[in-house]
Design a protein around this ligand. Structure first.
Ligand code: NAG
Ligand code: NAG
Length: 331
């Protein structure tokens, strides 16, 4: 060390020091830049990227006649179980008897959690005598694919989050027995799958913080309003998320889906009803009116409105993320 310094002349030493000062100055600047970036990433951690290829593949698996008792019904059921397992859920086939067997499919993440966010759709299609190929694209299929896609989009986040939390878990429920077996088109929904789920308390109802039910999504020109006063704030959150994503240029060109409007006097009968009756807070993500093609053969792949679907695939994961985050902050 001594020998080296002695051989360096004064001028050379000054040059070396200048370089050293420059380098250390530069690294402080870089450090600051890193710090600022880190804070920003930390504040606004994740832009969740939905994988449309995955969504399309998933939808294709579900989009087949799948009325209770058909081979499509059991194929879709098997697919749901496999997919839930792949996505990191504990997957359950929940068979409930009420005159006949109804099979709900459950995906649970963070089984030991003290409470759950439950998201649901129905996977059975209606049996229509005059339309044997009826696939109910908006009637269940798209909603179920949106839920699986949400789980896939959030997978790394959920894994990390649930490895360190026990205050909340995630439940996906794919209800059976939504459609009545009656062949009448306008027949009321039977809701046997969800009714039995709520009756036998497959999951204790007191542990469910919020039930979010998706249905009839994917037709053009539909808007979404709030249906219940006690979940109006959550509905508003959906509207705000859509606005934020829109501003950030993260949405596909489309009309506005979520409106901060209270349509609290009416709702479409759906699988959240049995929970509503038991006092569980429910958020119904359903359009303001039935799709034109509802319960006709026309409710198929060709009639789907992709801008609506794409934007839902951006909004719903963000909503789940924000729900879990808010729960941590307030819980
Ligand atoms: C998904 O399907 C839609 C409708 O057919 C198509 O427009 C879109 O390009 C597909 N997306 C991908 C990534 O393949
Ligand atoms: C399902 O529920 C309806 C009432 O919502 C009931 O009439 C029907 O018998 C139930 N069972 C079956 C097998 O559909």
């Amino acid at each position: 060390m001594m020998r080296i310094t002695r051989t360096v002349s004064g001028v050379k030493l000054q040059a070396v020091l200048r370089v050293a000062r420059f380098v250390s100055g530069l690294s402080i600047v870089l450090l600051l830049i890193n710090y600022v970036l880190l804070i920003r990433i930390w504040r606004e951690p994740l832009t969740f990227i939905s994988d449309e290829k995955y969504f399309n593949k998933t939808l294709a698996k579900i989009l087949r006649p799948r009325w209770s008792g058909s081979s499509g019904h059991s194929q879709v059921g098997d697919f749901l179980i496999e997919e839930l397992q792949d996505l990191g859920f504990i997957a359950l086939r929940d068979e409930l008897f009420d005159e006949k067997i109804f099979t709900n499919f459950l995906g649970i993440m963070n089984t030991d959690a003290s409470s759950f966010l439950l998201l649901s759709c129905h996977y059975d299609s209606k049996f229509l005598k005059n339309a044997a190929n009826y696939v109910g694209a908006t009637d269940g299929a798209v909603s179920c694919a949106i839920l699986l896609n949400m789980a896939r989009t959030l997978a790394p986040y959920l894994r990390g989050e649930f490895s360190k939390r026990d205050d909340i878990g995630l439940l996906l429920v794919f209800f059976d027995g939504h459609e009545s077996l009656n062949e009448v088109e306008e027949d009321f929904n039977s809701l046997n799958g969800s009714r039995r789920f709520a009756e036998v308390e497959t999951i204790p109802l007191k542990n469910i913080e919020l039930v979010v039910t998706l249905n009839l999504i994917g037709a053009p020109n539909h808007i979404y309003m709030s249906h219940y006063e006690d979940t109006f704030l959550w509905h508003n959150r959906l509207a705000n998320i859509e606005g934020d994503l829109q501003k950030a240029g993260k949405l596909t060109k489309c009309h506005k889906l979520f409106h901060s409007l209270k349509d609290h006097e009416s709702d479409i009968e759906d699988d959240h009803y049995p929970f509503l009756e038991e006092g569980v807070p429910v958020l119904h993500i359903v359009p303001h009116t039935f799709p034109d093609a509802w319960h006709t053969e026309g409710d198929n792949f060709k009639s789907l409105h992709w801008p609506t679907i794409r934007n839902m695939n951006a909004i719903i994961p963000r909503f789940v993320y924000e729900f879990l985050k808010t729960n941590r902050e307030t819980g």
